[in-house]
Write a protein that binds this ligand. Structure first.
Ligand SMILES: Cc1ncc(COP(=O)(O)O)c(C=O)c1O
Length: 764
């Protein structure tokens, strides 16, 4: 609590300056908390001469000098003081006052300007952002610096806050004292244990408005940072907390703090955990100021208060405390971190807002829309912290937020994001890598943004290349939302487009195994129906997983038979691998399992693990023929960020043996589902391959009546029990399971338990 700055007479200072530094100039005494600071102006320049506090550890003085040298070497133009040597090249000198007390002295260049504190009218959002940017630059420049004295127990260090509880009794106002004690207790019990795990380095720790310098003629930029006397090794976020402190900013609303954080984040990105403790650290810093000021005033009642805004500070603390929960959310918004999953969000309001801005009929699952804010691996997390095993998943197949995909996307986004009319490495690398996983004849890629677009383009190619106009699809197919996709989609009860004909899907549960002759006959019949309308097939498109057709077990010779009939009639074969691709069925591509040799393959959903990306893959000959007639370009298709996502997905599939895992875990899942069927009569049939499973739910195993209503209820009960699943099929009674490919046997066991309980609930 003792400030006790030296009071060396000006004559002693003047003679020391001449002797030690050869400087003879105009001297001005400056205010300082612990040292005696004098500004020296000569013809050559302006300097700060520091007589260090007699109690200052020489090692701490050395820390400051070495830190300034380190900063100057790392960021030459950063406007901070430069440590200057004596004439004989020493870092410091020694002087004595009249009583013979020795003081260490040192010289620095003077950072000119006014402090923000002296110009509250210039404390604008732009200036605050600039403060954050400058502090972040300083922290970057200090990265890698260490000095043993940085490990000091500095009184202004946040880690010392708990010790201040001994002094809070000096705060004369009861409400203010209780607030301060509550803040300190929270910092001690909750915040410091969390910061212990965060990024640490030597930090300035004093970048408040009195140490941030501006040039009033350029009022939106910080002109310098001064006063390196409080440097310590501490959690990095503490530096920002000091700079964001409201003390000395009487007219600033708490939201104004975000500007500093946003500026800082733009130069040195904050981590999520850091953002979450920032408001408490700011409160901690303000509580610290309130306590130290009160204690000093109590110790030296005759000394004018160093901080004469005590009452104002109490009221600022009260305001910030009341708005702290909103501030934490606001800070996440300002730095674009996702919302927290600690139950602080108002889900009912969000739901109402969604209807207002996205329409009342905007589709959603479940009676009560599921409010999710986070995902990791096989888990999804609700805004209230509830977790759900994601067995609905058919997009982030390598697991939610897979770190490799996250890194790849972020790194590419930070470097370049443009389009395929320019040449860049990763689109070519990706096309090469992707085609190498497919049959030799599938050797060129067209990039788009979704499964629907991929199918739309595949359809355009088919028409152009064959000159035909007809299309064959499976019964109850789904292929997308563009007009071409809607025409291909027979699952939604829409009127059939006149150029489209359906082929019945296999259904061995109800009709027995479909023989190849039957498949051929059905395909030929569809071709003939087209011919009756004067059309030949341009293509046959099939979802290799046949999801919307009920995930049937497809006999090995079924699709080759259909494909042959279509090819004979002059059509191309399109394998829609949007559902089945990338290992879902226990092989890299579904059409391989089904014995098809497609002319075109379309990809979507899992291709970017959630990043929007669609791909059309075909042969060079087909593409050349198409491009000779049509110029096709997609603005976002194949942009560098999408390709980075695509490449990272392939990396993970390879590195983590996910195709093999899909096969092995798929087998295990089927075994467990069949076992469950022994005790759960609702399960009429279990089908699927790899990590795609379909459970046909029936009200009666003899009549095989689809249990449509019960399936819907089951989805709700499963959600309550902590698992997310889907439904599909013509009668919406096929329970569709598509866990991420990283699913383990433990996850499956957990899931089977949840399914068992839920089936019992809906059956009773
Ligand atoms: C087989 C199949 N093809 C195409 C699509 C359309 O993909 P997207 O929603 O990315 O447009 C879907 C989507 O569910 C699908 O299941």
């Amino acid at each position: 609590m003792d400030r006790n700055p030296p009071q060396v007479p000006v004559e002693v200072i003047a003679s020391a300056l001449l002797k030690l530094y050869g400087l003879d100039g105009a001297l001005t005494e400056l205010d300082s908390e612990r040292d005696q600071n004098t500004r020296v102006v000569t013809d050559e320049g302006s300097y700060l001469f520091k007589v260090c506090n007699a109690d200052e550890d020489p090692e701490v003085i050395d820390l400051q000098i070495k830190a300034l040298r380190h900063i100057a070497a790392r960021d030459e133009h950063l406007p901070v003081p430069r440590a200057l040597p004596t004439l004989s090249g020493e870092d410091t000198g020694l002087i004595h006052d009249q009583e013979g007390t020795p003081y260490i002295v040192r010289l620095m260049s003077f950072v000119a300007g006014d402090t923000i504190r002296s110009h509250p009218e210039l404390d604008t959002p732009a200036l605050r952002r600039s403060s954050g940017e400058m502090l972040a630059r300083l922290d970057l420049a200090l990265r890698g610096f260490f000095h043993p004295a940085a490990d000091q127990e500095h009184p202004w260090t946040m880690t010392q806050v708990p010790k201040l509880l001994e002094y809070t009794h000096s705060i004369s106002d009861n409400v203010a004292r209780r607030n301060v004690e509550m803040i300190i207790a929270k910092v001690r019990d909750e915040v410091l244990p969390r910061t212990a795990h965060m990024r640490h380095q030597v930090v300035h720790q004093d970048a408040h408005t009195g140490n941030l310098v501006i040039d009033p003629s350029r009022p939106t930029d910080i002109a310098g940072i001064i006063d390196f006397g409080d440097m310590v090794y501490a959690p990095l976020i503490m530096d920002l907390a000091v700079a964001t402190d409201l003390t000395g900013r009487p007219s600033l609303s708490p939201e104004g703090m975000f500007d500093v954080a946003v500026g800082y984040d733009s130069v040195l990105p904050l981590e999520e955990a850091e953002v979450d403790v920032l408001v408490d650290l700011i409160l901690g810093r303000m509580a610290m100021t309130a306590t130290i000021v009160a204690a000093r005033n109590a110790l030296w009642p005759l000394v004018p208060a160093y901080h004469d805004h005590e009452v104002q500070l109490w009221s600022q603390i009260e305001t910030l405390l009341a708005s702290a929960p909103d501030m934490r959310i606001g800070l996440r918004r300002a730095t674009r971190f996702p919302m927290p999953i600690d139950g602080t969000l108002d889900t009912a309001k969000l739901r109402a807002d969604r209807e207002r801005v996205m329409g009342e009929k905007s589709p959603h699952f479940y009676k009560e829309t599921l409010h999710l804010e986070r995902g990791k691996g096989v888990w999804l997390y609700g805004s209230n912290g509830d977790k759900y095993l994601d067995f609905y998943n058919n997009v982030p197949t390598v697991g939610h937020a897979h770190p490799h995909v996250v890194n790849a996307v972020s790194r590419q986004l930070a470097a370049l994001n443009t389009h395929t009319r320019y040449l860049y490495n990763n689109s070519v690398e990706y096309a090469d890598r992707l085609t190498s996983t497919l049959g030799d004849h599938l050797d060129v890629c067209l990039f788009v943004n979704s499964g629907s677009e991929a199918n739309d383009v595949a359809w355009q190619i088919s028409q152009v290349v064959t000159g035909n106009a007809g299309l064959l699809v499976m019964h109850n197919a789904y292929h997308g939302i563009t007009q071409a996709g809607i025409d291909m989609t027979t699952a939604k009860g829409l009127d059939r487009a006149t150029h489209v004909e359906e082929i019945p899907a296999p259904d061995d549960y109800r009709r027995g195994v479909t023989k190849a002759e039957v498949a051929t006959r059905d395909a030929n019949a569809a071709v003939e129906r087209l011919a009756a309308r004067g059309m030949k097939p341009a293509a046959f498109i099939v979802d290799s997983a046949m999801c919307s057709s009920g995930i049937p077990d497809v006999p090995d010779d079924f699709l080759p038979a259909v494909a042959r009939a279509v090819q004979v009639a002059g059509g191309l074969i399109i394998a829609d691998e949007v559902q089945s691709g990338f290992g879902r069925l226990g092989a890299m591509w579904g059409h391989e399992l089904l014995g098809m040799r497609p002319d075109i393959v379309t990809l979507g959903k899992p291709v970017g693990n959630g990043h929007p990306l669609g791909v059309v893959i075909t042969s060079r000959a087909i593409l050349d023929e198409f491009q000779a007639q049509v110029r096709l370009f997609s603005t976002f298709g194949g942009n560098p960020v999408s390709c980075a996502a695509g490449l990272a997905v392939l990396d993970v599939i390879e590195r983590e043996d996910l195709v093999e895992n899909s096969q092995a875990m798929g087998r295990y899942l089927q075994e467990q589902l069949w076992k469950l069927a022994e005790t759960q009569p609702l399960i009429g049939d279990v089908r699927g391959r790899g990590l795609l499973a379909g459970l046909e739910l029936v009200t009666d195993r003899t009549t095989k009546e689809p249990a449509t209503a019960t399936t819907l209820k089951l989805l709700e009960v499963m959600r309550e029990n902590g698992a997310l699943v889907g439904k599909d099929g013509e009668h919406a009674h096929i329970l569709k399971l598509r866990p991420p490919l990283v699913t383990t046997a433990t996850d499956i066991d957990l899931f089977i338990g949840m399914l068992d309980r839920s089936l019992t609930t809906v059956s009773s």
